[in-house]
Design a protein around this ligand. Structure first.
Ligand code: FAQ
Length: 348
């Protein structure tokens, strides 16, 4: 009687049936944990699509951090004072560090860093659209801190509660550092606005005019056009939608702009009493998709710089792996000698 169920299993899935049942049980446990707002660790079972989505998002995020070093890197040699230069250097190094935490988090999902970087270098993997815009004057550096890092924080604070624990843990430190980045940018702009010349104030307004719309695009397409949002929200990877984060960013930034004394380049930007939010104008999604597709002002230059950095670093990777091979051979020799000595002792 008890074996009747085996007949049914064979009809349903042949020899795979026990495996299917095991997967169903694992899936149920995973769903239960996600529904309860819990976390998934690297060693836990997870559905393949969850793993794939995380590898995609975390690696794109890592690529954004290291490509994001380039626009500001342009200004290290032209920073106006030693203080600003030290701050900028520290910030750019932080972004490199963020890339490393994030590549490490992606690696816990079973993908190698070499694979991820190959995807970036071939143009297959995406990185944030924002880093394909040029930094034309010193105010751009301040505006990247204030607006680009500001948008990044808005998007990344909810990621500290992402259901994949290694990503969530990495984001805690990233957000703390991004907060310093945002403040230093705002401070640099405040000094230009309060103590600068008319030409310097005009420079700040010009930088705001060029960066405002691309910053709103950073949050990704409208929720209705977002390929991954619904599933990622169900899995607790994303906690707040693209549009809601964009709205929070606009609401937070308008007041900061007033204190700074700049205006946003949007005639439709105004407080809506009924919604208790700011309304804002239409985003140029054609421009967004053109930049994401590789045809922005700096896409080719950014990618070429990353590929060059990778090629220039070949000797470091070669030296490190030659050293590791030598160390492994030394260790194997030492272990063999030890075994031999022990055998001699036992024989004596
Ligand atoms: N740029 O379905 P969704 C920073 C793509 S870090 C390019 O809504 P998802 C620090 C998207 O990949 C900035 N592509 O996608 C810093 C997808 O294409 P796929 C980076 C974009 O993943 C500051 C397609 O469109 N932050 O700034 C963009 O659910 C200063 C459909 O979109 C992160 O990566 C875009 N802006 O939501 C460094 C945070 N938006 O993959 C230096 C983590 C969308 O199917 C200096 N990532 N796409 O081919 C996320 O939160 C999400 O991935 C979103 C996109 C919100 C970016």
């Amino acid at each position: 009687m008890y074996t009747q169920s085996m007949d049914t299993m064979a009809r349903e899935g042949g020899d795979n049936a026990p495996r299917v049942m095991e997967d169903a049980a694992l899936q149920a446990r995973f769903d239960e944990r996600i529904d309860a707002g819990g976390f998934i660790e690297a060693k836990d079972w997870m559905p393949q699509d969850y793993r794939k989505t995380l590898i995609r998002q975390i690696s794109q995020h890592a690529h954004s951090e290291i490509v994001g070093m380039l626009p500001e890197g342009n200004w290290v040699t032209r920073a106006p004072t030693l203080k600003r230069k030290s701050i900028l250097l520290a910030k750019i190094q932080d972004e490199g560090g963020h890339g490393l935490y994030l590549y490490a988090a992606a690696e816990t999902l079973g993908v190698s860093r070499d694979e991820l970087l190959a995807a970036l270098h071939s143009g297959k993997a995406k990185y944030s659209s924002i880093f394909n815009y040029p930094t034309l004057n010193w105010a751009d550096v301040g505006v990247i801190g204030w607006l680009v890092d500001g948008a990044a924080i808005m998007n990344q604070v909810p990621l500290c509660r992402c259901s994949y624990a290694p990503y969530a843990r990495a984001m805690i430190r990233v957000c703390r550092e991004e907060s310093f980045h945002q403040r230093q940018g705002y401070d640099a702009l405040l000094v230009m606005m309060e103590q600068g010349t008319d030409a310097q104030r005009a420079m700040v307004q010009d930088a705001v005019n060029r960066w405002w719309w691309p910053c709103l695009m950073m949050f990704g397409p409208h929720d209705g056009d977002s390929t991954h949002s619904a599933q990622s929200m169900r899995w607790g990877i994303k906690r707040i939608s693209n549009d809601d984060l964009r709205q929070k960013f606009v609401d937070a930034t308008v007041q900061q702009a007033q204190v700074l004394g700049v205006t946003m380049p949007d005639p439709d930007l105004r407080w809506n009493e009924e919604r208790q939010h700011h309304d804002f104008g239409k985003i140029d999604w054609d421009e967004f998709w053109r930049v994401v597709g590789g045809d922005g002002a700096c896409n080719r230059e950014r990618l070429a710089m990353r590929v060059k950095a990778w090629d220039d670093g070949a000797w470091v990777r070669d030296a490190a792996s030659a050293y590791a091979t030598k160390q492994a051979a030394r260790l194997a020799d030492a272990q063999a000698a030890q075994r031999q000595a022990e055998q001699h002792l036992q024989a004596a």
